[in-house]
Ligand binder design. Sequence first.
Ligand code: 5RP
Length: 219
Amino acid sequence: MTQDELKALVGQAALAYVVPGSVVGVGTGSTVNCFIDALAGIKDRIAGAVSSSEKSSERLRAHGIAVLDSNTVPSIPVYIDGADEIDHGGHMIKGGGAALTREKIVADTAERFICIADESKLVQTLGQYPLPVEVIPMAAAQVARRLKALGGDAVLRAGVVTDNGCHILDVRGLSITDPAAMERDINQWPGVVTVGIFARNKASVCLLGTAQGVKTLTF
Ligand code: 5RP
């Protein structure tokens, strides 16, 4: 199976986690696009969606799915999103699509995070994929210097302005052996909006697309 077929497979499988009559939290990315397309088939059975990006909102609306203001939805049963990397504890690197801040906000209102990913995303230790860090533009150089002190090489993602009007640093060379500690530390630096380590808001379940079908990992 191709990577796109695996994404379609897990996008479809995630429908089983949607709670009928509820609001669904929707992530961002090519895997989530498959989920949104599948969700369209049961749109009459949900109360709408809270979306993590303008791109996903656009796709949801194009399917006739109502996109609700996150401020009006105090809690949601499930948030469904992809990942750039996920480890065997359910910790993830996210933000390849520059939507990490809104993704973390929606994940934080959800009771369960259902990660959908093809098997190439499963890793022993996070950090092969460059870690995205969303920053206030005037803090980019200072945050990059701090990352250097941790052993990371940060590069400004060219031409990208996030939905929040901020910039993204992509950081190579970090070995993320304690995801929760690194998430907590980097998040405290002035000018950091969000670091793309999802440890506090880790996955509850990962639906992993493999050549043998969908494998369900629970954390
Ligand atoms: C966007 C994300 C995505 O979930 C992540 O980049 C995975 O994307 P894809 O499903 O396209 O591989 O974090 O900010």
